[in-house]
Design a protein around this ligand. Structure first.
Ligand SMILES: C[S@@+](CC[C@H](N)C(=O)[O-])C[C@H]1O[C@@H](n2cnc3c(N)ncnc32)[C@H](O)[C@@H]1O
Length: 338
């Protein structure tokens, strides 16, 4: 088989690999193997699984490189499988649970319809938008928030290193989720206080994050709809927010930020910036995120010029762009009110 054919086949059957990981994590296989090798039969008993079927799943996990055979007849977690454990410092357990969840992967099944209509696949499959669906499903909402933390955790401390937040007095994280980014910025700027603004379900875990980071006494958590209004500050953050929405909704949100920002304040938009060329090193991340936004929310990734137009529509002007953070396509785009 040529490399090209093999790569095409891997992509064509890619969802099988995703569901193998999802089933393993949902059953608890990685955490059950974290302490050392376990015989397959004992693992099946512990997880309440059919021994023969679990053996077949385990073989697939060996082929995918996340589990290894540890003779005689035992299974062990491979090094590459460790991030599937809940307590790994760069855990992707909740991301696997989110992207393999039936609600999410069924939406991918309607990508074809999205391309025909331009409408988000998620809404077509479920009859309501992603964030409304999450509001009615507390379990999936918790998984979503933890998955966002997994994606933000390793980048959060890089933001205050890439952009000087030093003079900030009031930092507002709009759609700040579980507070991971705000906690990192307040840790880097000890004189600042913070406001996390999100829906009730989106910000549900933020208090705990602030307590763990020892910044709770400098933080408040406010719940509301960011299209209706946002709290004001002199450093306002939008991380992974604009790419969830079309241009019209983004312009509304940016105008709410413009109304609330303190004089002389700065807005930081933190998300992928689509590079000019598709052979750029950060292009793949931005492009895959862009197609995911079409499926999930009807949002999109944008290039510098598109961000410039969007900011202008909201009453802001670009004021600097950092290099990509941590090997991703995500950059900090600073803006000042005009
Ligand atoms: C993609 S997540 C990003 C979370 C976080 N900023 C991060 O990057 O990890 C989008 C966030 O926007 C919040 N959100 C969505 N619609 C909202 C609304 N109308 N008002 C306030 N927050 C909203 C969600 O609850 C979620 O926490």
């Amino acid at each position: 088989m040529t490399d090209g054919y093999a790569s095409l086949a891997r992509t064509a059957f890619g969802y099988a690999g995703s569901q193998i990981l999802y089933a393993a994590v949902r059953l608890g296989v990685p955490d059950a193997l974290a302490g050392g090798p376990v015989p397959v039969g004992k693992l099946a008993d512990a997880l309440g699984a059919d021994p023969a079927a679990l053996k077949r799943l385990a073989r697939a996990l060996v082929v995918l490189g996340v589990v290894r055979e540890a003779p005689p007849g035992q299974l062990a977690l491979a090094e590459a499988g460790r991030p599937l454990c809940a307590d790994h410092p760069r855990s992707m357990r909740s991301s696997v649970l989110l992207f393999g969840d039936p609600a999410v992967w069924r939406a991918w099944g309607a990508l074809h319809d999205s391309v025909l209509t331009g409408e988000p696949a998620f809404d077509q499959v479920h009859g309501l938008p992603l964030f409304d669906h999450l509001a009615g499903d507390a379990g999936l909402s918790r998984i979503f928030n933890t998955a966002m933390r997994e994606g933000t955790g390793h980048l959060a401390a890089e933001v205050p290193r890439a952009y000087d937040c030093g003079g900030a007095r009031v930092v507002v994280d709009i759609g700040g989720g579980d507070g991971t980014l705000l906690a990192a910025i307040l840790t880097a700027v000890p004189g600042a206080r913070g406001i996390l603004y999100d829906t009730a379900q989106g910000g549900a875990g933020a208090g705990e994050t602030f307590r763990r980071a020892n910044v709770a006494e400098r933080c408040t958590v406010e719940a509301g709809d960011f299209f209706a209004g946002v709290p004001g500050g002199d450093l306002m953050l939008l991380k992974g927010i604009l790419h969830d929405w079309d241009d019209r909704r983004c312009a509304t949100l940016l105008r709410r930020c413009r109304e609330a920002i303190h004089p002389g304040g700065r807005l930081l938009v933190i998300e992928p910036v689509m590079p000019a060329r598709l052979d750029a090193p950060d292009a793949a991340g931005a492009v895959m995120s862009d197609i995911a936004m079409l499926v999930y929310t009807g949002g999109r990734e944008r290039d510098r010029a598109e961000f410039g137009d969007l900011l202008a529509a909201g009453g802001f002007a670009p004021d600097g762009l950092t290099a990509p953070l941590g090997g991703t396509a995500i950059r900090v785009l600073a803006a000042r009110p005009v």
